[in-house]
Design a protein around this ligand. Sequence first.
Ligand code: B3K
Ligand code: ZN
Length: 877
Amino acid sequence: MSEHQPIHLSDYRPPAYLVKHTELTFDLDPSATRVKARLHLQRHPEADAGAPLVLDGEALELKAIAMDGQALEADEYAVSETELTVFQVPESFILDTEVEIAPKDNTALEGLYQSASMYCTQCEAEGFRRITFYPDRPDVMATFATTVIGDSGSEPVLLSNGNPVERGELPNGRHFATWEDPHPKPSYLFALVAGDLKKVEDHFTTMSGRDVTLQIWVEEENLNKTEHAMASLKRSMRWDEEAYGREYDLDLFMIVAVNDFNMGAMENKGLNIFNSAAVLTHPQTATDATFQRVEGIVAHEYFHNWSGNRVTCRDWFQLSLKEGFTVFRDQSFSAEVNSAPVKRIEEVSFFRTAQFAEDAGPTSHPVRPDSYIEIGNFYTLTIYEKGAEVVRMLSNLLGAETFRKGSDLYFARFDGQAVTIEDFVTCMAEVSGLDLSQFMRWYSQAGTPEIDANGEYDYANATYRLTLRQRTPATPGQPDKLPLHIPVRMGLVGTKSGRDLNLTLDGQDLGTDTVIHLREEEQEFLFTDVAEAPVPSLLRGFSAPVKLFFPYSREELAFLLANDSDGFNQWDAGQRLVLLALDDLIAAHRNGVEKVMDPRVVDAFRDLLSQDTDDQAVLAEMLMLPSEAYIAEQQLLVDVDAIHAARDFVKQSLAHELRDEFLTLYQENQSAGAYAPTPAQIGRRALKNVALSYLMSIEDPQAITAAKQQFDADHNMTDVRHALTLLVHSSRGDIADPALKAFGTKWAHDPLVMDQWFTLQVTRPQADALDRVRYLMQHPAFSLKNPNKVRALIGAFAGQNRVNFHRLDGEGYRLLADVVIELNRLNPEIAARIITPLTRWQRFDEARQDLMKAELERIRQEKLSPNLYEIIEKSLA
Ligand code: B3K
Ligand code: ZN
């Protein structure tokens, strides 16, 4: 039997002992930090009187232990690799422990670790057990008082959750600060930061008139990169009051930026810790996409204060309770403060590429998994993004107003508690009177449901018969699936009028846009009084996270692209049209016959380019071709080379045919004046840069000059990075190489810009990309210990440079496996993430399958962390 055993949801039991209050004292030292913990413990009312106290603890050196002031004898307790057991305890008591830990050796970045010279923590999901012995589970909620002792010189700033209550000097150049958090919280929300940090400060007045101090703590050189995050924070705080009635509940809210961080950010109570990449922005160093990402993540972490912190998860199987809901909340916020249709297009196009792939792969799991070996592996697109889509469906089913009633009820009823997904859905059912029992299957069934739709117009009777058939493919451990409750938003677009027709179903007038409910395996919908032959517009706004198939002709798709009143479906029709053309070209490439461009695609694009639009960002999205990854998602057997060639061919054909239009677009969408991350400016830049991409695909001389000028103008990072990427991805090394060098020298001091410099080089399609990866891994700015660097270089290569990663000599796979093996020792969480592309071997031809599996087998020979063990075993099962 393996040492790594799964944990099952069905085995959940309440904790035997609760912690009422936790007092912590940290005496910081890189290799010997002392942590004293005083836990005020109480037996759970339902627990056995004789139950021993079992606390979690990993990599801790126990120095002292006492109960109610009395040191314990060696035979009164036991310490294992993962637990501390005290055999006999009273109903209510105080336990004191003291442990030693070594933050500087903590390369896993879980628990207390050092990032450069500063100390910081990451406790979700199970990092707190690397700090002290504790019931490290979310259903144990305690108030905390934390004293941090550090060096006055190197750690002038000492932070923890809640309110600062005391600080003072100590002998030997040491000082201390004490913090109290009055809100009971699980250990995963604990945070500590210490270092030489500087702050920017602002204020927010809450809806009840309380003043909240807002602080962003950064290294001194980053003080000029905090403005956007601060503005985003204030917008988020206001939005949560207005949209959800949620007010902030402490007098102080802090954000800290750290360079070494496994994820984007962490919602610790009152002290959010952020990956510097997810908080720092400046027009010269961050792109529009980063500005928007920062806004979204700041909002996400802030929103967790209610959806996650005040009401938390009973156990980690319920992770999507806080994550899915909070992603839905941050998506709604971003849609409101930016261009809503563009946000939806971006969300869905990412979702259909990455979450669909996850759900079709070996690690496919439900939004609420039944079991896991390592919870760290479950911070996935399914838990987050599919979880958000499920909440979105609920919100659409109930309507905005009733959904708000449901969320009010949820927050009121469960404030200060650790609850389950049922608790959430029950509130929604109660306020709406809806029966959501079938809907609950969304939480327990993995896999992407597929809908086969067919339609038939009957001229004589003026009826339209829509047939929907659903199935969910088998996923690991779930061979049989039940029908889901799927809301399908739709309209019928008249082919003569180009307008949405009125919808009458069972004698009921439903207007021109409605939601039909698919609950059976197969269901028929007969629309009456349909005045003209329609083209159906189905799954508007991506109303459910499913794949919808309808046998559209290319003419019908071009028609929807031009006429659909739903912006999302308009965009989707364009994508479908291009995908059909790509299918032909992929086949042509495989069969070695000449590729011919479908004129209908050219015409559709010409129409798009000739229209006057006031939403440049939407037009930019419409003009973007599906990514290679999304095209691959559509294929049973992925042929990376054919996909790459076919997509290039479409791009180049469009560039040749519509050269003048693209050139005009490029010229007309220049923005003079100062950079601002406003939706309008972002839209113009996106449109201009899409046009430049097309023109650069044929290396049009005017485009090359324009790209070079755009780079030299050095106006903002969005434009500079885009121009440099296009040059580096072209054959014009004579221009690209000096530009790349100049950029690398100019920004050598800025790790976040260097990340971009790495990424744009290793995503180059040319055959030397892999050599560049190996070369850049030796670059002084690269380090395997820094997750951002690993993602920027290795992650970008394996995830975005498909032709080179999947080289037939297997060198791409070997490189990734080498990195994974090293990371298995350094940072198991990152190792288990970065390996993803290798786990998708089933989709490729036999030669590649063998090569990929061989690398997985090679990794399997190592002494694996639970993280990698779980992923590898599932992948090779
Ligand atoms: N809740 C954190 C997740 C961190 C988990 C890392 N193992 C980030 C977020 O979703 O806001
Ligand atoms: Zn979250």
